[in-house]
Design a protein around this ligand. Sequence first.
Ligand SMILES: [Zn+2]
Length: 126
Amino acid sequence: MERAETLASRVAELEARRTEVFGRLERLEQERATALADLEAEAAKVGGGRADIVAGVGDDLAGLYEKIRTQSGGLAAAELRHRRCGGCRLELNNVDLDRIRRAAEDEVIRCEECRRIMIRTGESGL
Ligand SMILES: [Zn+2]
């Protein structure tokens, strides 16, 4: 009789624990669904902006960007900062810097070392 009471108590304890674990699982699944919905919304927002940019730069440059991105591990364009390519970190020599200085503002400049597109800014060191 005492053993039956002990077992009944243990069963009740395990059932309470199971209910608690299922409740926690349900909360975590809801958190996951919310986080996934947030990520999907963000991806749609970012993707929409990207489509506008691609339309603005034209198919040739967008195609070049995609080709470089595939070849270079996802980073197709990098800032030219303090005379260094932001992609491969190589410091450009004076000949290359001079060529970039004389290039038209809308000319696509690529790093001679890693072939990424270099973005010129006020801090490029030109
Ligand atoms: Zn580079």
